[in-house]
Design a protein around this ligand. Sequence first.
Ligand code: B12
Length: 224
Amino acid sequence: MEDILEKLTIAVKRGKADKNSPYPPDMKGQEGADELTAEALKMGFTAEEVLQKALVKGMHLIGEDFSAGKAFVPEMLMAAKAMKAAMKHIEPFFKSGSVKQKGTVILGTVQGDLHDIGKNLLGMMVEGAGWKVVDLGADTPFEKFKGALEEHPGAIVGMSALLTTTMVNMKGITEKIKAMNPDTIVMVGGAPLSQEFCDQIGADFYSPDPQGATEFLDGLVQSS
Ligand code: B12
C-alpha cells in the first residue's frame, strides 16, 4: 500500500510529471506524478496523506539535493512541474469545502520570489475552508496588494516567501499595508520564516502550514 506513496515521492523528486514525459530519460515509459496521484487517491489515501507523505516529501528531497550541490535549477523546475501535475488531482478535495464565503483573502508571493507552489496550496485550502481567494501570483509588489485591497476592502492579506533574500521584502509591504489601514490583517508564511520574523516585521500571524492559517481565519469569523 505505502509503496505507491514512495513511488510518487520519487516521481516528484525526479521530476517525472506523467507517463508520456520523456524526462528523466531513465524513467521513460514509467508512470509519473499525474498517474500515481490519481491511483493513490483511488486506493483510498486521503488528499492530505498524498500531499504530506509523498508530494511535499518529494519537494523537500529535491531541495536537499540542491543544497548538497547534487541537483540544479532545471531539476528543481522539473520537480515543480511534476508537483503541479499531481496538484490538479488533489485540488478538488481541498476546494470542496463549504459554499458560503466567510470573507476574502488576498494571496501573493512577495516581490522577487517566483516560488508559488506553497502559496497555491495555501490558496486551495483557504478556498476549501470557505474563503474567497484573490491570487495575485508570484513576484508581487506592494502596488498589486494595494490595488487588490482597494478592490476588496476588509480583505485579509497572505504573503509567501521561500528565499531568505525575498522574505525581507515582506517588511516593507506589511508596513505600507498597515499605513493604508492599520486594521488590515497580514499573515505570512513560507519555509524560511518563523514566528520571530513575523513579530519583527509587524505581521499579525505566521503559520508553517496552511492548516494553521485556516484555523486562524476561522477564529476571526467566530470572534467577529
Ligand atoms: C521548486 C523550487 C524552485 C522552483 C520554483 C517553481 C515554482 N513554481 O514554485 C524554481 C526552479 C523556479 C526555483 C528557483 C529558485 N530557487 Co528554489 N526551490 C524549490 C524547492 C525545491 C521546493 C519549493 C516548494 O515548492 N516546496 C513545497 C511547498 C509545498 O512548500 P512551501 O513553499 O514551504 O509552502 C508550505 C509552507 O511553507 C506554507 N506556506 C507557504 N507560503 C505560505 C504563506 C502563508 C501566509 C502561510 C500561512 C503558509 C505558507 O504552506 C505550504 C504548504 O505546506 C525549494 C526547496 C525546499 N525544500 O523548499 C527550493 C529553494 C526554496 N530554492 C532555493 C533557491 C536558492 C532558488 C534560486 C535562487 C536558485 C537559483 N540559483 O536561481 C531560484 C530563485 C528564483 C526566484 N527568484 O524565486 C533555495 C532557497 C535558499 C534560501 N534559504 O533562500 C531552496 C530552499 C533550495 C535549497 N535547499 O537551497 N526553486
